[in-house]
Design a protein around this ligand. Structure first.
Ligand code: C2E
Ligand code: MG
Ligand code: MG
Ligand code: MG
Length: 277
């Protein structure tokens, strides 16, 4: 009879751990080639107002690897963060997004659309972050007032004074800020007072439970009320059903994003769907 030998257990976990580390290292090595091999692209997902009119988009990074196929940002953004490669990816995304904005400004139908870009913690806290945004805006010629940067709560657990200063510099140019995945991070509400935010984005985890989930509906109603009373625009992400939309609208949410209105898609598809070209 086989003994439950502790040492064998260790060896087993050790092998698993090692396999995991090797695969992460391989992913990281591949990721470092992704820009030069032109494997990255931006998908855009529509954001609509209460009438269902598209008012903006969120840029979502896509990595199409020759053998791995499409790798989820949930997987590779974490690797990019830990390896530092996000310091290359971040500016790439900013520049692409601003190039699209600049091309839109020449067309009446798209000139008023905003572009939301996700910013990661390491990218934002880098001393060069403000310059990177300014460079992307200048080099592309995009209108700064159309650029919205999405921050997350977890990256705000630092010196609020320094963070507010960076935001203020960009806000002076017209750039706006959204707080993504609101309610899922460390919710010290102090930063809602102290940071120059423009928009709160309700996390799709809460939206998913609407309209029947008792705690989700209470949280969503409260977040909408809080956001509006503090003067922020409130947007919900992950809106998938008409019932969710009805609940959100009824409680004062002003902007919506989710599969109900459209999946993230390449630029040309988005424009075709919207009747532009
Ligand atoms: P996020 O910023 O919260 O983006 C929303 C995510 O929800 C996207 O996943 C989007 O495809 C997905 N989504 C949109 N509508 C629905 C819906 O109705 N139902 C459901 N179930 N999901 C929906 P995606 O594209 O896989 O991105 C995952 C996360 O990766 C993003 O979450 C963001 O945190 C990060 N990310 C994506 N692109 C970038 C980027 O360029 N830079 C950085 N730093 N992070 C990025
Ligand atoms: Mg986002
Ligand atoms: Mg989000
Ligand atoms: Mg999210």
């Amino acid at each position: 009879q086989a003994k439950a030998d502790g040492r064998n257990d260790f060896r087993f976990f050790d092998q698993q751990l090692q396999a995991h580390l090797v695969s992460q290292a391989e992913l990281e090595a591949d990721l470092r080639q992704s820009i030069t091999r032109e494997e990255l692209s931006l998908h855009l997902q529509a954001q609509v107002d209460a009438r269902g009119v598209m008012v903006g988009v969120e840029a979502l990074l896509r990595w199409n690897h020759p053998t791995r196929g499409s790798v989820s940002p949930a997987q590779f953004i974490a690797v990019a963060e830990s390896s530092g490669y996000i310091l290359r990816l971040g500016p790439w995304v900013l520049r692409k997004a601003c190039d699209i904005l600049a091309s839109w400004s020449r067309d009446d139908a798209t000139a008023a659309l905003t572009m939301a870009v996700n910013v990661s913690a390491r990218q934002f806290h880098h001393p060069d972050f403000v310059n990177q945004v300014v460079d992307a805006l200048r080099q592309s010629g995009a209108n700064p007032t159309r650029l919205k940067l999405e921050l997350t709560e977890s990256m705000l657990a630092r010196d609020l004074g320094v963070i507010a200063q960076k935001m203020a510099t960009l806000k002076a140019l017209g750039v706006t800020f959204s707080l993504d995945d609101f309610g899922t991070g460390y919710s010290s509400l102090a930063y809602l007072q102290r940071l120059p935010l423009d928009q709160l984005k309700i996390d799709r985890g809460f939206v998913h439970g609407l309209p029947d989930g008792a705690s989700e509906s209470a949280i969503v109603r409260t977040v909408i009320a809080l956001g509006r009373q503090l003067g922020f625009e409130v947007i919900a992400e992950g809106v998938e059903t008409a019932d969710q939309l009805a609940f959100l609208r009824q409680h004062g949410c002003e902007r919506f994003q989710g599969y109900l209105f459209g999946r993230p898609m390449p630029l040309n598809e988005l424009l075709a769907v919207c009747g532009h070209s």
